[in-house]
Design a protein around this ligand. Structure first.
Ligand code: SF4
Length: 63
């Protein structure tokens, strides 16, 4: 399992991560980001894409 951390002090709800991995990240109606905190290893490429496209460098993967 890969742990997904988002620093909500940095996140500005740009939503690029949602495009990179739509079933991991989601912007609610309130524009607040929600995400799965544990994701299967076979999704690593999408998660790394989300890390790379986040303009705030708010996403960190563990494991
Ligand atoms: S791309 Fe980064 S700043 Fe934008 S919603 Fe995702 S975590 Fe937040």
């Amino acid at each position: 399992m890969i742990k997904v951390h988002v620093d909500m002090n940095l996140c500005q709800s740009h939503g690029e991560c949602v495009y990179a991995a739509a079933d991991v990240f989601e912007l609610g109606d309130d524009d607040v980001l929600r995400w799965k905190e544990e994701v299967d290893d076979d999704r690593r490429a999408e998660l790394e894409e989300a890390v790379n496209v986040c303009p705030m460098a708010a996403i960190r993967l563990e494991g």
